[in-house]
Design a protein around this ligand. Structure first.
Ligand code: NAP
Length: 298
C-alpha cells in the first residue's frame, strides 16, 4: 500500500511528488499521457513564474519532471477511472483493469480545452481548427488566422500568432476582455492584430481545410486557421459522486486541498480557486502533501 497516489503529472502533480519524496512518503504518479507535463508544455513563453521570466513552457515542464525523476519518483501510464474508499484507504481502478491501493490520493488531473460549439468546429478539427497556438501556430506562418476568446489564453495566443501570421483577428463575444490588460495593450500595438468585439462565431466553412469563419451578425472573415481559446473543462468525471463538485465541475477544496472525502486531496486546475496558473498549481501540490502527511499520521 502506497502512502500517496498522485493522479496527473502537470505542475501540481509533479510538485506533490517532489514534496512527497522529500517527506519520505511512498509515492507513485499515474499519468494519462506518457512522460507528460500537462498544459504547461503548450505555453510558448511563461512570463509570470517567479525568477524564470520568459521561459519556454515545454522546457519548464521538463525541469519540473526532471526534479521529480531525480528524487526517484515512480511514474505509471494509465487512466484512473474509479475511486473507492475502504477503511480510510483508497482503491484506485485504472482503465486497463489494474487496481492500486494507497492511504491517500492527490487528484491533479487538470482540465481540457472547451469547444466553442460552432458549426463546423469538429469537422475541421486538425484541418485548420486548433486548440493550441504554440503547438500548431507554425503551420500558419504568413497566413490569416483568427483567435476566438477573451481570456488570457486567447490573448497570449493572439500575441504569439501575431509574430507568425500575416493577420490575426481576435474575436471576442464582449467588449471587455477577461484576460490581462497588459497583454491587451501589447496587442493594440500590433499592426497585424484586429479586434473583432461583441462578435460570436457562427459557422466554419471550407472544403478540405478552413477558409472562412462566419460570425453570427453575418460578417465573414477569410482565414486559414481558427484557434479556439474559450476556456477549460475540469477533468473531474471519474470523481463525481466521490467528492463534492462546484457548478462548474471543479472539486470543492481550499488551499489545503482537502475535499469532502477524507484522504482525498485536490491540487491544481481541478479545484475551486481564484487563479489557475503554474505558480498556484505548484503551490497546491506542496499543500496537498502537507495535508496528506497530516492525514496519514493522525
Ligand atoms: P477563461 O479565462 O475562462 O476565458 C475563456 C474566454 O472564452 C472568455 O473570454 C469567455 O468569454 C470566452 N468564451 C467562453 N465560452 C465561449 C463560447 N462558447 N464562445 C465564445 N467565447 C467563449 O479561460 P482561459 O483563457 O483558458 O484561462 C483559464 C485560466 O488560466 C485563467 O485563470 C487564466 O488567467 C489562466 N491563464 C493564464 C495565463 C497567463 O497568465 N499567461 C495564460 C493562459 C491562461 P467571457 O469573457 O464573455 O466569459
Amino acid at each position: 500500500m502506497l502512502d500517496v497516489l498522485i493522479i496527473g503529472s502537470g505542475p501540481a502533480g509533479l510538485s506533490a511528488a517532489v514534496y512527497a519524496k522529500r517527506a519520505n512518503l511512498s509515492v507513485s504518479v499515474i499519468e494519462k499521457v506518457y512522460s507528460g507535463t500537462g498544459q504547461v508544455a503548450e505555453s510558448n513563453q511563461v512570463d509570470n513564474y517567479l525568477g524564470l521570466a520568459g521561459m519556454n513552457g515545454y522546457d519548464l515542464g521538463e525541469k519540473f519532471r526532471q526534479h521529480a525523476v531525480s528524487l526517484g519518483v515512480e511514474f505509471k501510464d494509465g487512466e484512473a477511472v474509479q475511486f473507492t474508499s475502504e477503511n480510510g484507504n483508497w482503491k484506485v481502478a485504472l482503465k486497463n483493469g489494474d487496481v492500486l491501493e494507497s492511504r491517500t490520493v492527490i487528484y491533479a488531473a487538470g482540465a481540457v480545452h472547451r469547444h466553442a460549439g460552432v458549426e463546423g468546429e469538429e469537422t475541421f478539427a486538425g484541418k485548420g481548427v486548433s486548440y493550441c497556438a504554440t503547438c500548431d501556430g507554425a503551420f500558419f506562418k504568413g497566413k490569416k488566422t483568427v483567435v476566438v476568446g477573451g481570456g488570457d489564453t486567447a490573448l497570449d495566443d493572439a500575441l504569439y500568432l501575431s509574430d507568425l501570421c500575416e493577420t490575426v483577428y481576435l474575436v471576442h463575444r464582449r467588449k471587455e476582455f477577461r484576460g490581462s490588460a497588459h497583454t491587451v495593450e501589447k496587442l493594440r500595438d500590433k499592426s497585424n492584430v484586429e479586434f473583432v468585439l461583441e462578435a460570436k462565431p457562427h459557422k466554419i466553412n471550407g472544403e478540405t481545410k478552413v477558409t472562412e469563419l462566419v460570425l453570427e451578425d453575418g460578417r465573414s472573415l477569410s482565414v486559414d486557421g481558427i484557434f479556439i481559446a474559450v476556456g477549460m473543462i475540469p477533468m473531474t468525471d471519474p470523481v463525481s459522486g466521490v467528492v463534492e463538485l462546484d457548478p462548474g465541475g471543479y472539486i470543492i477544496a481550499d488551499e489545503t486541498g482537502r475535499t469532502t472525502a477524507p484522504g482525498f486531496f485536490a491540487a491544481g486546475d481541478v479545484r475551486t480557486k481564484q487563479l489557475r496558473q503554474i505558480v498556484t498549481a505548484v503551490s497546491d501540490g506542496a499543500n496537498a502533501i502537507t495535508s496528506a502527511e497530516q492525514y496519514i499520521r493522525l
